[in-house]
Design a protein around this ligand. Structure first.
Ligand code: AMP
Length: 399
């Protein structure tokens, strides 16, 4: 019988994901998602013991309403007593938070101040924290920051080639994101190579709608592709990744774009969607390419894979040893095509894909996808919720 479970909350601007997790085993007792919050069509879907339920939310249809419905669900299934703390995913912890942190008034104020670096995410994360504080007054709240794992990067990796005063006065530097995911897959890969994480060196590729590649040296992040914001680095679903900054001025000065339009273009209209002119969804692009010989889909996927391979190859500069390459995220875990395209371009690193293993390792399976004589590459499904539960438990045990 599970007694200590952690409620994990991941709040977006119009959504709230939740899971009730046993921190020791990662077992999920209940999980769900409230979507379209703050609109009349707001609804909450959840799954308990393989039963799926959908319920609409009462007015004002907001995050607080979702949390209140969640409390009722927990009561209905006699789960309230089993929750020992709430762990929150918080996107931006700036330079202040390299570790999981118990939430108090000061921490909330800092998360609010850091909204200038993550205007779409930190305010939503704070709403989730405050809603949970009201609903679970007796429970500790812990913040796990998506930037935290990358706080170990050396200056050469996080300082931009800009006037240093911009860093000193305005905190403009690389922070990186997806830290919890990179940390999780690196710690799982350490088990696969049977070494302590402190002596492991990996390059991990988190490939989902957002994508990032990270270099992990002796178990710590030493470089990553996402930057001050989540637009930098490899190409993503709708985000451009690296572009010549001069393009921005060309768009504004020569083509009459406003700054806001450029922001939208780089974040929402670019990447796989922009190049293919078809979709940001990797599955759809693969289908269009294989079944219709769609030129845009083919080019978008070609650029996507090439840039991931370039990022992986580039990060060998930050390592002296490489135990292997890790794929995770919706695309990394499921697209054998993308993995094959990426790894084929890395033959100089001594990587040789095993086509059968690659094809067989999809849909939640984990394992090696390279031949016996090759440098290893693995698929490892990410589990950020488990890390949040585990780290929340650890901080409470340490207190
Ligand atoms: P995420 O943001 O991690 O949920 O990942 C979303 C991305 O994973 C989307 O681009 C999906 O098309 C992609 N994806 C999910 N399943 C598959 C699949 N079977 N094959 C290729 N891409 C997939």
């Amino acid at each position: 019988m599970l007694t200590d479970t952690i409620l994990v909350i991941n709040c977006g601007s119009s959504s709230l994901k939740f899971s009730l997790i046993c921190p020791q085993t990662g077992e999920t007792l209940l999980n769900g998602l409230a979507e379209r919050l703050s609109s009349e069509s707001a609804e909450l879907k959840y799954s308990f013991q393989n039963n799926k339920q959908v319920t609409s939310l009462p007015a004002p249809f907001d995050h607080q309403a979702a949390i209140d419905v969640l409390v009722n669900i927990l009561k209905q299934h006699q789960l309230v007593e089993k929750v020992s703390a709430v762990g929150h995913r918080v996107v931006h912890g700036g330079e202040k938070y390299a570790l999981p942190t118990r939430v108090d008034e000061q921490v909330k104020q800092t998360i609010a101040e850091l909204a200038k670096l993550a205007p779409l995410h930190n305010p939503a994360n704070l709403i989730g924290i405050e809603a949970c504080e009201k609903a679970f007054k007796h429970l500790p709240q812990v913040a796990i920051f998506d930037t935290a794992f990358h706080q170990s990067m050396p200056e050469k990796a996080y300082i931009y080639g800009l006037p240093y005063s911009l860093y000193q006065e305005h905190c403009i530097r690389r922070y990186g994101f997806h830290g919890t995911s990179h940390y999780f897959v690196a710690s799982q890969a350490a088990k696969l190579v049977n070494k302590p994480i402190e002596s492991c060196n990996f390059i991990s590729a988190h490939l989902g709608n957002g994508c990032s590649v990270s270099a992990v040296k002796n178990g710590k992040s030493v470089d990553t592709t996402l930057g001050l914001t989540p637009v930098e680095g490899v190409m993503m679903g709708t985000r451009s990744g690296d572009v010549d900054p001069g393009i921005i001025f060309h768009l504004i000065n020569q083509l009459g774009y406003s700054a806001e339009q450029v922001n939208h273009l780089l974040n929402k209209e670019s990447g796989l969607l922009g190049v293919s002119q078809l979709s940001n969804d990797c599955r759809e692009l693969e289908t269009a390419m294989f079944e219709q010989d769609h030129a845009g889909a083919k080019l978008a996927l070609e650029i996507f894979c090439y840039r991931i391979a370039k990022a992986i190859a580039g990060f060998t500069a930050s390592l002296t040893e490489l135990d292997g390459i890790i794929f995770t995220g919706g695309i990394g875990e499921n697209s054998s095509f993308v993995r094959e395209q990426v790894l084929t371009q890395l033959s100089l690193l001594g990587v040789e894909i095993d086509p059968d293993k690659n094809e067989a390792t999809r849909f939640g399976k984990s394992g090696v996808i390279t031949t016996a004589q090759s440098r290893a590459a693995w698929v490892i499904p990410t589990n950020e919720e488990w890390v949040i539960a585990e780290q929340t438990q650890q901080i409470l045990s340490a207190e």
